[in-house]
Design a protein. Structure first.
Length: 364
């Protein structure tokens, strides 16, 4: 049942994305199925809480287990897209490992590379001298982990460029002689694009399938990942429905035929920034801002005259609604759409006691 839900919801989202790639915009009429109501319900929310309790118990036990088990559990939670549920527990585990200086004690290349990546991507000061010795072994998991870690370099760590070249060459040669489907899936995916460069939510969807086909499945994690993916995607669909209705109401696509209709692309960008369900307000507002900027930018780049745009710029800088009569229709429309959006946003913020927001928004 859960797997069936996952494939259906992913198909729905993929169709929207594919459609946008062809048409460079959403269709004018966007009516979404109430996915969350139909497919999820209270029983799934309850099951998620049960699974989260099981995972918390795993994390508590992991404290006294060997470091490699801890690394792999944290990595699986992160790549399955459910680590945000366990922020405090994971941070506690990570801090304990960092304080104990386990990175210095690891002998396996896989251990070193995996721990280095997990610590570095969360901002920990991980020295490369002890952890990266260019002492490679015939260990595809270790080489793959080192390949991913090499994309987390900071300024001055030139050794990572050598490691990238070495690991890339090694992995390309390795898969020529190894036909294990699981290994081929992981290595080819990594060589196509490293983990650090991927959009997290899309990566989660891919990794759920990859994890299920692997040899080390934890069925609790897998079930939680599938249920959570659908719950989060339901929230994303609600966000997208909200901004689509707003976009249709504002009418940029209908009234400004020179402007790009990139609402879906703008929305996907916000999902890439933060996909957690509790940040829906950020996704909706950021999508609206990006859509407005994109359309007004087109007025500057491809349609307006220099004189028209100078007057428009002055009106925006003065925030002067009374100057609308001096502008052509398309710039009146742009100004009023921007003005109404900002004023509504300010009203919302004022209810939350953010009274200095107008000055900040004007500078922005």
């Amino acid at each position: 049942m859960v797997l069936h839900m996952l494939s259906l919801s992913s198909c729905s989202f993929t169709k929207l994305l594919h459609r946008n790639q062809i048409s460079l915009g959403l269709p004018r009429s966007c009516h979404f199925t109430p996915f969350q109501v139909q497919c999820l319900g209270k029983s799934y929310a309850k099951r998620i809480e049960e699974l989260k309790a099981d995972v918390r118990a795993m994390l508590d036990k992991a404290v006294v287990m060997d470091p490699l088990h801890q690394f792999e559990l944290r990595d699986a939670l992160q790549r399955l897209g459910v680590s945000y549920h366990f922020g405090d527990e994971i941070k506690k585990l990570r801090n304990a490992i960092y304080r104990n200086n386990n990175l210095q004690k690891q002998e396996s290349l896989y251990d070193v590379a995996l721990e280095f990546r997990l610590l570095r991507q969360h901002g920990y000061d991980t020295a490369t001298t002890a952890s990266i010795q260019l002492k490679f072994f015939d260990d595809w998991k270790g080489i793959l982990s080192m390949y991913e870690a090499a994309y987390l370099l900071v300024e001055g760590e030139n050794i990572f460029y050598e490691i990238r070249n070495f690991t890339t060459t090694y992995l390309k040669e390795y898969i020529k002689h190894n036909k294990d489907p699981y290994i081929l899936t992981l290595v080819n995916h990594a060589l196509e694009l490293p983990l650090h460069w991927r959009m997290q939510r899309m990566e989660t969807r891919w990794f759920i399938d990859a994890y299920e086909s692997g040899p080390d499945i934890n069925h609790v994690l897998l079930e939680l990942a599938k249920l959570d993916f659908n719950m989060v995607q339901a929230k994303h669909q609600e966000d997208l429905e909200s901004v689509s209705e707003w976009w249709e109401y504002v009418g940029f696509g209908n009234k400004l035929n020179f402007a790009r209709d990139r609402l879906m692309e703008n929305f996907l960008w916000t999902v890439g920034v933060t996909s957690e369900p509790q940040f829906g307000y950020f996704r909706r507002m950021s999508t609206k801002v990006s859509a407005l900027i994109t359309s007004i930018d087109d007025a500057y780049d491809v349609y307006g005259t220099l004189d028209e745009l100078k007057l428009f710029t002055n009106s925006v800088e003065r925030w002067d609604v009374s100057a609308m009569d001096q502008h052509p229709y398309y710039l009146k429309f742009c100004f009023l759409a921007l003005h109404n959006f900002i004023m509504k946003l300010l009203l919302t913020l004022s209810k939350k006691k953010k009274l200095t927001s107008f000055v900040i928004l004007k500078k922005w």
